[in-house]
Design a protein. Structure first.
Length: 250
């Protein structure tokens, strides 16, 4: 037994000594993170292009939610769910998925313009990356300005100490984007109020009936839920809501 323990310990020690030696002999592959300047007229090197691409992917969710029609749509959907009194149905995945597809539908003309003005010329090496970014931001900026109140834009221009501009092209994104976001939230809350009001009336009517009948221990929201769902289905609520949301964008 002692011999087995001795030989077992010896084998473990030998394996531990062999692994570092093998690692030193084989060596690890060398990773070079240095950035070398590229040959050409000011173009970025491949490493910087990769870094910029990863950065764009990182900010992709923020771009989708804040610079498109997604914010208005998803806020209204959550107002609808609260008005109906169903906290988990439809689930978040369904509402977000529907909001994303509606966003792609609404933003399709803008995305097509970006593709024609910036992406395709850049892929064909007709323009540089800087020119592609500037040209690609123009259709998106035009879309946001059309949906934004002038008052909100003027507020952020004043906060940024900017003077009056001659055209939309002169407005920087750091002024347009926050103005667009608060305008979208304002419109979403207005639509949410209009969606919430009919269901609130149903809750009040049901609560009054239960109180008149002396049934005070039964929650009115629980009783009114089937009626709210029935009325929403009878008036084809999803059709009306989706159509109204899409038409709300100029």
């Amino acid at each position: 037994m002692k011999k087995l323990i001795f030989f077992g310990s010896l084998i473990i020690v030998l394996i531990g000594c062999i692994e570092p030696v093998a690692a030193q002999v084989a060596g690890l592959p060398q990773v070079d993170l240095s950035i070398t300047p590229s040959e050409g007229d000011g173009e970025y090197s491949l490493a910087i292009q990769t870094l910029l691409f990863i950065t764009i992917l990182t900010f992709g969710p923020a771009f989708v939610t804040m610079m498109t029609s997604f914010t208005r749509i998803i806020v209204v959907f959550f107002f609808l769910r609260m008005a109906l009194g169903v906290q988990q149905s439809p689930p978040n995945q369904v509402l977000i998925g529907l909001a994303l597809f509606m966003t792609f539908f609404i933003m399709a003309p803008t995305f097509n313009n970006i593709n024609e003005l910036a992406i395709q010329p850049y892929l064909e090496d007709e323009i540089t990356q800087t020119e592609a970014f500037n040209l690609g931001s123009l259709p998106l900026k035009e879309f946001m300005v059309k949906q934004t109140r002038e008052r909100d834009i003027l507020m952020f221009m004043d906060l940024a100490d900017m003077r009056s501009v001659e055209s939309i092209d002169d407005l920087p994104l750091h002024v347009v984007v926050p103005a667009y976001i608060i305008s979208e939230l304002r419109i979403a809350f207005q639509i949410g109020f209009m969606v919430y009001l009919p269901f609130l009336v149903i809750d009040l009517v049901v609560a009054s009936i239960l109180l008149a009948m002396g049934i005070i221990f039964l929650p009115p929201v629980l009783v009114s839920l089937p009626f709210k769902i029935l009325i929403f289905v009878l008036v084809d609520g999803w059709y009306l809501l989706v159509e109204s949301l899409i038409r709300s964008f100029n």
